[in-house]
Design a binder for this molecule. Structure first.
Ligand code: NAD
Length: 268
């Protein structure tokens, strides 16, 4: 896609699932990639290996990668991560705020530390990453793109997952506020909102055919999605093909946000 080759992207939570697919896709488009992982170096290195292989296959021989450890909920980690990518590649052009977690509790029973943990990873982390990246762009009069990985739960309430729901709702406003504030500085900020996608975060039901069928019965297209169906939308929004798009959330959900229950008329 236009304008991606030679750019540098940082993808948080790139060692699995959607983040891994995004890192690989952007490498195929010719971007250098900062591959963030939190815990296991070998997982970050696995993404690196595939991304480099796929980039070479696509003829993007100059693509380079940096595997960088950071917990996005920790300010000092975020500063170190963003600075190390800027130092390694001489700048940063695209930030993908993908890292995310969820915990399940009835809303009146969420332990405070669990609540804080989800908000800190899913909302505070993306803000800190955006803040440091925008500082870099403004100080160097560079343009740039931020893409936040939100969720259908940016707009659909999710009982038993109050902290996740709040974090993704907040991410919608984080996207819009930053987009408005920096629109005249060459900075675009958008979000993508996946529906039910097969990744490790959903292990509880993706491996269980009965549970999977229940999930799929709520999806108008009748099936769950894959990370490879999410990544191209990120590449598009990061590219110059989307040069006039900012402040938007693009839903990639097989029609989930169309509310399947309304498929048939409830009354004549
Ligand atoms: P995943 O569990 O494979 O990916 C989450 C990634 O975030 C992992 O690589 C994990 O190591 C990383 N991570 C977690 N805490 C971190 C921290 N503190 N610092 C840095 N990295 C951290 O699941 P996924 O589905 O690929 O999730 C990616 C994003 O997509 C999340 O933000 C999630 O909310 C969002 N999402 C997923 C779905 C889905 O159905 N899979 C739907 C909507 C939104």
């Amino acid at each position: 896609m236009k304008g991606l080759a030679g750019k540098t992207a940082l993808v948080t939570g790139a060692s699995s699932g959607i983040g891994q697919a995004i890192a690989i896709r952007l490498a195929q488009e010719g971007c250098n990639i900062g591959i963030n992982y939190r815990r296991k170096l070998e997982e970050g290195q696995y993404t690196e290996k595939i991304a480099l292989e796929k980039a070479r296959e696509a003829g993007k021989d100059s693509v380079q990668t940096l595997v960088v450890q950071a917990d996005v909920s920790q300010e000092e980690d975020v500063l170190r991560m963003v600075n190390s990518v800027i130092e390694r590649f001489g700048g940063l052009d695209i930030l993908i705020n993908n890292a995310g977690i969820q915990t399940e509790f009835p809303s009146h029973e969420v332990p405070t530390d669990k609540f804080d943990q989800v908000i800190n990873v899913n909302l505070r982390g993306p803000y800190l990453c955006a803040r440091e990246t925008i500082k870099h762009w403004l100080a160097n009069e560079r343009s740039g793109v931020i893409i936040n990985v939100s969720s259908v739960h940016e707009i659909i309430p999710r009982p038993m997952y109050i902290s996740y729901s709040i974090s993704k709702g907040g991410m919608g406003n984080l996207t819009k506020t930053l987009a408005l504030e920096y629109a005249n500085r060459g900075i675009r900020v958008n979000a993508i909102a996946p529906g039910a996608t097969i990744t490790p975060i959903n292990e509880a039901w993706t491996e269980d055919l009965e549970k999977k069928a229940i999930v799929e019965s709520h999806i108008p297209m009748g099936r769950v999605g894959t990370s490879d169906e999410v990544a191209p939308a990120v590449a598009f929004l990061a590219s110059d093909e989307a040069a006039y798009i900012t402040g938007q959330t693009l839903f990639i959900d097989g029609g989930l946000t169309l509310y399947a229950d309304f498929r048939e008329a409830w009354s004549a």
